[in-house]
Ligand binder design. Structure first.
Ligand code: PLP
Length: 405
């Protein structure tokens, strides 16, 4: 038999967050080395576990969750999600507007597959969460990146965004709070997105999975709550604030004028039914999660573990000569810059690999997030304080040996 061929559709698809660097790290671990992992957006390995009441509730439902559910998800969970949004400014939303999926990841690809024609363009922030770019390309579309401005809290550069709109542009992706920058967008920015989308007849894809992870008084505003009758897809789920990414529970809410989204909803429902249904036990965790005590608040308030770790990491990184870091207003990441005059790396994957091999610490290279220059890296703030101190010391030592000026 001929060797199996691989699809040309995958030719330019990359997901470097689980790529060659992680492969090397795994080999090092298999050889018995201990690696400080500052690259994982998964709370579980760092002692940040799911609230006990939610786990108990899921166990309670396990026996009754053996069969398939409705393709859009179980009614009680969808009702809980729509009621949650009703209390947060999305007054017109109903249970029929909610689609549950195996995490936001599955819904990103389903919603794009249902939407895109070959060659359609989607505007995606740079830096991005790279699944968005990969999913647009896998759906036959073209990912066009708009710049976010480090000098301005990592908020989007609206002039750059508008300059990239063409007659093939169909939608804009907004990641708020942002992975990897930690930015949280104020109302004015969201209104500018809405205004652009209205003028150019674009759909807004608003990834809000970090909506409850907010620091220093930052407020999260749902894009859909300022969008009126404009079509908006709002994504969220249990992976981050409820610390259960392994259970795979996410959702998308489709809002806007119903007649504008009717055909689209049919395609989405077809795709939802082709995959039968999302993981049923995890769906039973949704109502309890949204309705109960929000334990994430304890972690993000002043003095809370995540808030403290984020501040400590940012302060220590900023103390390294030639490293600058914007504090996170939300999410679980920092995206520090390496001054190119001091550290003229021309390949940031090489930088990350060298750091891994020499200092046994793993971060993610900025270009993995479609950042155009090899001068940034992502640093996750989930590990405990001692590990953060240790990690920053190792980065400082590594950089001291690479410094040019
Ligand atoms: N969107 C963003 C911005 C993320 O950072 C992540 C995971 O890191 C996801 C979506 C995927 O979430 P899920 O676990 O619900 O698939």
């Amino acid at each position: 038999m001929r060797p199996m061929q691989n699809s040309s559709r995958l030719q330019n698809i990359r997901y470097d967050l689980r790529g060659p660097v992680q492969h090397v790290a795994k080999q090092m671990e298999a050889a018995g080395q201990r690696i400080l992992k500052m690259n994982l957006g998964d709370p579980a390995p760092f002692g940040l576990e799911a609230p006990e009441s939610i786990v108990v509730d899921m166990i309670h439902h396990l026996r009754g969750a053996q069969g398939y559910s409705d393709s859009k998800g179980i009614f009680s969970a969808r009702t809980a999600i729509s009621q949650y949004y009703q209390t947060r400014g999305l007054m017109q939303i109903g249970v029929e507007d909610i689609y549950i999926g195996n995490g936001v990841s599955e819904l990103i690809s389903m919603t794009l597959q249902a939407f895109l024609e070959p060659g359609d363009q989607i505007l995606i922030p740079s830096p991005d969460y790279p699944l968005w770019t990969a999913s647009v390309m896998l759906s036959g579309g073209e990912a066009v990146h708009y710049a976010c401005d480090e000098e301005n809290n990592w908020w989007p550069d609206m002039a750059d965004l508008e300059s990239k709109i063409t007659d093939r542009t169909r939608g804009i992706v907004i990641i708020n709070p942002n992975n990897p920058t930690g930015a949280v967008y104020p109302r004015e920015i969201l209104e500018q997105f809405v205004d652009l989308a209205r003028r150019h007849e674009l759909v807004l894809f608003s990834d809000e999975i970090y909506e409850k992870i907010l620091y220093r008084g930052a407020e999260h505003i749902h894009t859909a709550s300022v969008a009126g009758d404009l079509p908006v897809l709002t994504f969220s789920g249990l992976s981050k604030a409820y610390r259960m990414p392994g259970y795979r529970a996410g959702w998308v809410a489709v809002t806007g004028k119903r007649s504008d989204t009717a055909d689209y909803r049919e395609s989405l429902e077809l795709l939802a039914s082709l995959r039968l249904c999302p993981n049923v036990p995890a769906q039973h965790a949704i109502q309890t999660s949204l309705g109960g005590y929000q334990s994430i608040d304890d972690l993000v308030k002043p003095g809370g573990r995540l808030a403290e770790q984020g501040e400590l990491a940012c302060r220590l990184l900023n103390e390294i000569p030639g490293v600058s870091c914007v504090p996170a207003a939300g999410a679980m990441y920092l995206f520090p810059k390496l001054d190119p005059a001091m550290y003229p790396f021309d390949d940031d994957e090489r930088f990350v690999l060298d750091l891994l091999e020499e200092q046994k610490i793993l971060v993610s290279q900025g270009t993995a997030f479609h950042w155009p220059e090899p001068d940034h890296f992502r640093f996750v703030i989930l590990p405990a304080e001692d590990d953060i101190r240790d990690a920053v010391n190792r980065i400082a030592e590594f950089l001291a040996g690479r410094r040019r000026t």
